[in-house]
Design a protein around this ligand. Structure first.
Ligand code: NAG
Ligand code: NAG
Ligand code: NAG
Ligand code: NAG
Ligand code: FE2
Length: 476
């Protein structure tokens, strides 16, 4: 007990390496990075013939008034109907969905159901029921508050989760956080670490594993490299096949042409999901879509502008170092111009937060070719620390670069608790061997409504009157 206390205390000693940033000295007493065995109770198949399993929900429209419910039945298609309503045990409404299935090498998926619930009221608890007779299952979800600049809302951020005991610890800690919705930054099941029919089997176990959260609150999906599943040795060459069948997104609501990139508005946040592994250079569909979507962002209605992507742009880990450079060179200018508040990424199996920096001055012939402090730039946060079977990315580059504010190689998740249009509380929570410990916390000030908003508005009015005065002078 005493030893444990001493150990816990040592956790808070941080190394100041001379730069402004901190590298945590915490060394994790790690559970082995192996996947939980198939027969473990976290993967248990629900009781009853053809009972719905792998139930998960996501936001299904642009504004948060629709939910897409998805589940799998193993034995026969069965109904795609959802019965739902505002009181428990009494379903006032029904919605009809659709069913599909796919093969992956010699694996055949169960029957994948998707059902769209529309015209929901804001800020209410809905109860829903799926499946037939004795095998029917009941769940609930809460709709977000209406899109409003002062709506408060708590998001969780999870990345690179996988299905190990560390993943389970992350998920359990997240579920105690009180957050209402997950921003998932890619790399879901790590099923692609398996071969042949086991790929599909590990997608199924992952679906049953996350159901405990994902059936009750929306997970906002983005895709990582482990979703690509380009496996020519099995003849499986269609990128993102399993992911696209299983994890639909509301891309059409934001006029995207691909489920891999899209945007939603939820409470006071405008969330943009990008795909690192889809074309994004100038003139591609994703580039054109993002250019238009940024014009749709109205900070008067949704003050918080959040971007999700898989590969971090500012990463000082040895793992995946500079992999974000291609996307940085294409999009960073826009992120600064549009004053994005925060960008969440995964991919690197560790935690890292940047200062507000940008590297947009270099243009081959001249300009500073390195990141500099920039108040208009986003904070970049890497939470690829969900706990998958590849283990930790434990080696950071030394010395810590100036752009890096805090970094630690251990497992955890983050929460972003939006209070109002100016303030959000951010926490990174380490899975401290079974206990939740808040390590990296700060107040995120809104980039649009922050302290100088009032002044900016005045300046704008001032400028306006100067121009008017000039115009009137010119007329004289
Ligand atoms: C999908 O389900 C249908 C209807 O049960 C079945 O006939 C078909 O063989 C299934 N497809 C695959 C790829 O297994
Ligand atoms: C699928 O193929 C693998 C490798 O060829 C084999 O080991 C496995 O038994 C097959 N599974 C089924 C369900 O046919
Ligand atoms: C390149 O950067 C320099 C210095 O910032 C600037 O003066 C010049 O106009 C830029 N050239 C182009 C083509 O953007
Ligand atoms: C916004 O929230 C912060 C943090 O809770 C609080 O200090 C501040 O007073 C709030 N602002 C307004 C206008 O309510
Ligand atoms: Fe990744």
């Amino acid at each position: 007990m005493l030893l444990h206390l001493i150990f816990s205390l040592s956790v808070f000693i941080l190394i100041d390496n001379g730069n402004a940033g901190l590298t945590s000295s915490f060394i994790r007493n790690e559970w082995p990075s192996v996947d939980i065995p198939l027969d473990n109770e976290v993967f248990a198949v629900p009781k009853g013939y053809n009972a719905p399993q792998q139930v998960h929900i996501t936001q299904a429209d642009y504004e948060g008034k629709a939910v897409l419910i998805s589940w799998i039945t193993p034995d026969k298609p069965g109904p795609s109907q959802v019965r739902y309503g505002l009181s428990e045990g009494k379903s006032e409404f029904t919605a009809e969905g659709s069913v599909t299935n796919y093969t992956f090498y010699n694996y055949t998926s169960g029957y994948i159901h998707q059902c769209f619930l529309d015209g929901l009221q804001y800020d209410r608890k809905y109860y829903y029921e799926i499946g037939d007779g004795d095998s029917a299952r009941k769940f609930w979800f809460e709709t977000p508050p209406k899109v409003d600049p002062d709506a408060s809302y708590k998001f969780g951020i999870i990345g690179d989760l996988g299905q190990t005991y560390n993943s389970l610890s992350t998920l359990q800690h997240y579920m105690n956080s009180g957050a209402k919705s997950v921003l998932f930054v890619g790399d879901l099941s790590y099923a692609d670490r398996y071969k042949y029919g086991d790929v599909g089997i590990r997608w199924d176990t992952w679906g049953r594993f996350v159901e405990q959260s994902a059936a009750y609150q929306p997970w906002i999906w983005s895709a990582g490299n482990h979703e690509i599943e380009y496996m020519p040795y099995m003849g499986e060459v269609t990128p993102f096949k399993s992911y696209l069948y299983r994890y639909p997104t509301p891309y059409q609501a934001s006029k995207s042409i691909s489920p891999l990139w899209y945007a939603i508005r939820r409470a006071s946040a405008h969330i943009i999901v990008l795909s690192t592994y889809s074309p994004f250079v100038k003139y591609t569909p994703q580039w054109k879509w993002l250019r238009e979507e940024l014009k749709n962002v109205d900070r008067e209605k949704t003050p918080w502008l959040i971007v999700l992507m898989h590969v971090p742009i500012y990463n000082s880990n040895v793992a995946h170092f500079m992999e974000g450079e291609s996307m940085r060179s294409v999009f960073e200018g826009w992120f600064v111009e549009h004053k994005v508040d925060v960008i969440f990424a995964g991919h690197v199996h560790a935690y890292e937060r940047s200062y507000r920096v940008s590297n947009i001055h270099y243009n081959v012939s001249s300009g500073d070719p390195y990141p500099i402090p920039d108040k208009a730039a986003p904070v970049y946060i890497t939470v690829g620390d969900g706990g998958n079977q590849e283990g930790l990315a434990s080696k950071f580059r030394d010395p810590q670069p100036d752009y890096s504010a805090f970094r630690e190689a251990s497992y955890g998740h983050s929460t972003l608790e939006i209070k109002n249009k100016t303030h959000a509380l951010y926490h990174w929570n380490r899975n401290d061997d079974g206990k939740k410990v808040k390590i990296d916390s700060f107040v995120l000030h809104n980039q649009y409504w922050g302290s100088n908003h009032h002044r900016r508005k005045l300046n704008k009015n001032h400028l306006h009157s100067v121009i008017l005065n000039r115009a009137s002078t010119a007329q004289l």
